[in-house]
Design a binder for this molecule. Structure first.
Ligand code: F6R
Length: 610
């Protein structure tokens, strides 16, 4: 989730690159840089890059101006390697400058091979590997930059949008795309490349979207698209009619809706490089936990991350058979918790900055526990404070109500539980294989759910006028019921409660009448029949039931007023699918009520007060 921009034409590139990067800054980046060259002078490009906001780069450029009419620019959201000057893009090796969005999956192996054959690395990034690979192709006699990039791409696995520039071929930019957006902006005697149409809208509205597995060679007058074998492709340009603000939201009305739809991609990014299908195992980015000596796991988190942790409890106990406790970080240190050596404290936070969670970590460390952080923000305070860090790679989340950060936390929990289970011996290799294969299929299944927007909009109209909602679920669906209620409360301001379905008869059943919509999470599984009984209890009291069930369940329609179906998956992964319709329901209810969906009243994205 970085921002990419390239320019080739007759104007000075640097101001155009900075202008484009400024438009991409809304995503919240941690470093930025440009590489600019002047074809008239030949000579090497000037790379200027630094950690921090774009303003830092602009200051640096005042002292080290970069002149020329060809250039590439980048804002980074760190994935491999902390935010630092050295890890900022562009990366330059010999004559080759590279910017990259995405993750190179086989980076460890490629780096080892390159180091073994004499390459020297100056950063911790996966991107620098690609600069070395292209440079090698040039040294080995590739006839031009396009061929060198094509040959280098053949060695790379993963998701990417690359833009490559060469001092030796100053009139050309070469770009390639696989699972990361890339768009070409067409001008008169000039062309642009960007990761996001927002970056170039001020300059041109005539664009060509590059598709999966395509490369493009761009000069100031020409755009040549090919597949990765070099076979030419034809594509008509499109004229963009979106406003700049609409474009930032990818054409969606709100960031939250965009982020809901980004979830399949975000989950795929969380899985990259971690799923080891050859050994039916999970690689935790090289983190070596002393699993045999972990006596207990204690999750600490707040809000949505707390709900993810409750699912984590279910997963770790089921798959690794290690006892688990889940604690609200805001409560943890005030009750003199019994925690110490032998405990692995897993601190979960999308922002990585929540003060309650930080204080809980300090308490746990003081008492001798090991801390493993799950964060979406690289090098945020929480992962820095922890002994080990694992990043969810969901990309920046702008909507205050967390969606993609939550589902990627659930994926992180699943990966952790499989990793632990394989080492405690509680999880058989066969079951691990099934789960890992299901995980890999999850993004497509998630998309099948997020594609049901029209249906959820109808349901939001049907139920959105209610004064309150109840959400029910059992097992790992109970935290999802809590999360559904929280999402609705946060953005629509309708009171909602989440309950374990079996608890309904112990109190909340008194609330049920024909005015109370009850959302029941009832996917197939061991709790199915019991949950259907709870659902019948609601209906017997004229409550309105909206069931979230598994596709192929032909009975559920007879027990409920409305149904949303999600694809079948392993029991352990069901929460990642069932939460999606709840996020969408909340979104559409809030939107119909006209609330400020992305910045709901009284809430902040990062809670840095106790
Ligand atoms: C709700 C939400 C919050 C956060 C909570 C903890 O949509 O996002 O409940 O989960 O404030 O924040 P993090 O996860 O950043 O520690």
């Amino acid at each position: 989730m970085c921002g990419i921009i390239g320019y080739i034409g007759a104007r000075q590139a640097t101001p155009l690159l900075i202008g484009g990067l400024r438009k991409l800054e809304y995503r919240g980046y941690d470093s930025a840089g440009v590489s600019v060259l002047d074809p008239a002078l030949g000579g090497p490009s000037r790379v200027v890059r630094c950690r921090g906001k774009l303003g830092n780069l602009e200051e640096k450029l005042k002292a080290e101006p970069a002149h020329g009419t060809v250039g590439i620019g980048h804002t980074r959201w760190a994935t491999h390697g902390r935010p630092s000057d050295e890890n900022s893009h562009p990366h330059k090796v010999g004559p080759i400058s590279v910017i990259h969005n995405g993750i190179i999956e086989n980076h460890l192996q490629l780096r080892q091979e390159l180091v073994a054959s004499g390459s020297h690395f100056s950063s911790e990034t996966d991107t620098e590997i690609f600069a070395h690979l292209v440079e090698r192709q040039i040294v080995d006699g590739a006839e031009n930059l396009t061929v060198a990039v094509r040959k280098a791409l053949a060695k790379v696995r993963g998701s990417y949008a690359f833009v490559v520039m060469s001092d030796k071929e100053p009139g050309t930019l070469v770009a390639a795309k696989n699972s990361s957006p890339l768009v070409i902006g067409l001008g008169e005697g000039e062309n642009f490349i960007a990761s996001d149409v927002t970056a170039i809208l001020a300059e041109t509205r005539k664009v060509i979207f590059i598709e999966e597995g395509e490369m493009v060679t761009v000069t100031k007058d020409k755009v040549e698209i090919t597949d990765l074998e070099g076979k030419p492709k034809q594509r008509e340009p499109k004229i963009i009619t979106w406003s700049a603000t609409q474009a930032e939201k990818g054409g969606f009305k709100h960031y939250m809706l965009k982020e809901i739809h980004e979830q399949p991609r975000a989950v795929a990014d969380t899985l990259v490089g971690r799923v080891d299908l050859e050994n039916d195992d999970v690689n935790l980015d090289g983190v070596n936990l002393d699993v045999k000596n972990i006596k207990r796991i204690v999750f600490i988190a707040c809000g949505t991350s707390y709900h993810a942790s409750m699912v984590g409890e279910f997963l770790v106990e089921a798959l690794a058979r290690i006892p688990v406790e889940v604690d609200l970080a805001s409560e943890f240190r005030y009750r003199d918790p019994i925690v110490g050596p032998g405990d692995l404290v897993v601190a979960v936070s999308q922002s990585g900055e929540t003060l309650d969670t930080m204080e809980a970590i300090r308490e746990a460390k003081k008492k001798g526990a090991q801390v493993f952080a799950i964060s979406n923000v690289i090098e945020a305070s929480i992962p820095r404070l922890a002994d080990h860090a694992f990043y969810t790679h969901a990309g920046p989340e702008i909507g205050v109500a967390s969606t993609k950060a939550f589902t990627t936390q659930l994926v992180a929990m699943t990966l952790l539980a499989i990793h632990l289970g394989r080492r405690t011996g509680a999880l058989s290799r066969e079951r691990a294989r099934v789960l890992l294969n299901e995980l890999v299929q999850l993004p497509n299944k998630m998309k099948e759910v997020t594609d049901q927007g029209a249906h959820l909009q109808v349901l939001a109209r049907r139920y959105g006028g209610a004064h309150g909602f109840l959400f029910l679920g059992r097992g790992s669906q109970y935290p999802i019921a809590l999360e559904g209620a929280l999402k609705l409360k946060e953005i629509s301001y309708i009171h909602a409660e989440g309950y374990a379905a079996g608890e309904m008869k112990h109190g909340p059943i008194a609330l049920i009448d024909d005015q109370l919509p009850v959302v029941v999470l009832v996917p197939t599984g061991p709790s199915y029949e019991k949950t259907v009984s709870n659902l019948a209890e609601v209906r017997a009291r004229q409550g309105k039931v909206l069931a979230v069930a598994t596709r192929g369940d032909h009975d559920i329609g007879g027990h409920s007023d409305d149904v949303v179906l999600v694809p079948e998956t392993a029991l352990e992964l069901q929460p990642i699918l069932t939460v999606l319709p709840l996020q969408m329901l909340s979104y559409y209810v809030a939107d119909q009520r006209g609330t400020d969906v992305d910045q709901p009243r009284n809430l902040a994205k990062s809670v840095t007060v106790e």
